[in-house]
Ligand binder design. Sequence first.
Ligand SMILES: [Mg+2]
Ligand SMILES: [Zn+2]
Length: 166
Amino acid sequence: MRKAVFLDRDGIINFEPGNYTCSVEKFIINEGIGESIKLLKENGFIVIVISNQGGIAKGLYSVSDVTEMQNKLEDYLSTFNTSLDDFYFCPHHEEISKCLCRKPESLLFEKAMAVHNIDPNLSVMIGDSDRDVLSAENAGIKGIKVLPNSNIYQICKEIINKFGNG
Ligand SMILES: [Mg+2]
Ligand SMILES: [Zn+2]
């Protein structure tokens, strides 16, 4: 089984302005993300983004806007010679319709763990909200909450020290 680091998107990967990121122009990648993902992957971690995108259900933006932002992120990561292993998002919002995939539900974590053969005991989630931590813990994964838009490089180093570099 593999070890993994799960990342929230808004506030971790890209700048969280305090509301929805609706377009690729507003998708500004936070400092340290390229270096952090590269370091994790070099140390044997699978890196997966798990994101609530309830703005889709609310009609604020579309799935193709999310895809465009994802492409921007992948282009950016390729300049570091690295990449994500997967990206899962929930397009629902409880004000519109209930679902089982929106964090703090754990369905997207369970899906990712099954697809990528991930050991939850060797894995960590980094997020900027309580529901990130809660959804990870609902899947048996340790959650770490950081301030929105922090540089996560140091935390990634600590995760590597804790879980080894094998
Ligand atoms: Mg967030
Ligand atoms: Zn959902």
